[in-house]
Design a protein around this ligand. Structure first.
Ligand SMILES: CC(C)(COP(=O)(O)OP(=O)(O)OC[C@H]1O[C@@H](n2cnc3c(N)ncnc32)[C@H](O)[C@@H]1OP(=O)(O)O)[C@@H](O)C(=O)NCCC(=O)NCCS
Length: 169
């Protein structure tokens, strides 16, 4: 498998936007919430491109076809985040996500980032397994919230315990 990683360019816009939409639809599915993405699941990609914290975006290409991309955000001088990493579903479990993340890690090192994070949603068990395998095994901040307008059909799952407190996800 001859996969190459290169910088994102403007001609990758449509394919990367549809990969972004693929992730949004997955979030809709795992959170049983069709409103995620606000009616256009690819829309967040434009906001991502305009994010002033974005320092780079890289695509993975196989035989001329882009089927995955990833990027680096820098929040503070020393603190970076891998956002996003998306591999199209037919190409998963072939090591492409690993190649992309390793590339972003190298880019982060070049920029003297000390702490490189990843923020998968709590229900995204596949992504959590993926990042932990790649060495993202320290936990920084956790985000707790109340749901002020609950969806009647959604139940929050038990099973996460932090410092002896049970959280739902
Ligand atoms: C998460 C994702 C990027 C992984 O990309 P990938 O190319 O399939 O990952 P790799 O083949 O490099 O996997 C490396 C390791 O991660 C773990 N892993 C990857 N996908 C996994 C899954 N679905 N379930 C459990 N572990 C998984 C495994 O340990 C795997 O090693 P193995 O195949 O030898 O067991 C991909 O599944 C994806 O695009 N998901 C949808 C988008 C998403 O959720 N992105 C993360 C948002 S933060």
């Amino acid at each position: 498998m001859n996969v190459s990683i290169r910088d994102y360019q403007a001609s990758d816009f449509e394919v990367c936007r549809s990969l972004w939409a693929e992730l949004t639809l997955y979030h809709q599915e795992i959170y049983e919430d069709p409103t995620i993405g606000g009616g256009d699941p690819g829309r967040g990609f434009e906001a991502y491109l305009n994010n002033t914290e974005r320092r780079g975006t890289w695509v993975a290409e196989l035989e001329g076809e882009v089927m995955a991309f990833s990027g680096l955000l820098v929040h503070w001088e020393e603190e970076g985040e891998i956002e996003p990493v998306i591999v199209s579903s037919p190409h998963r479990r072939k090591g492409i996500g690993t190649m992309l993340v390793r590339h972003v890690v190298e880019e982060a090192k070049k920029r003297k980032i000390r702490f490189l994070g990843a923020r998968p949603v709590a229900r995204n068990k596949d992504a959590i397994s993926f990042f932990v395998k790649l060495g993202f095994n320290r936990m920084g901040q956790i985000e707790l919230f109340q749901e002020l307008s609950p969806l009647p059909e959604r139940t929050w799952k038990p099973g996460i315990i932090i410092h002896g407190k049970e959280l739902r996800y």
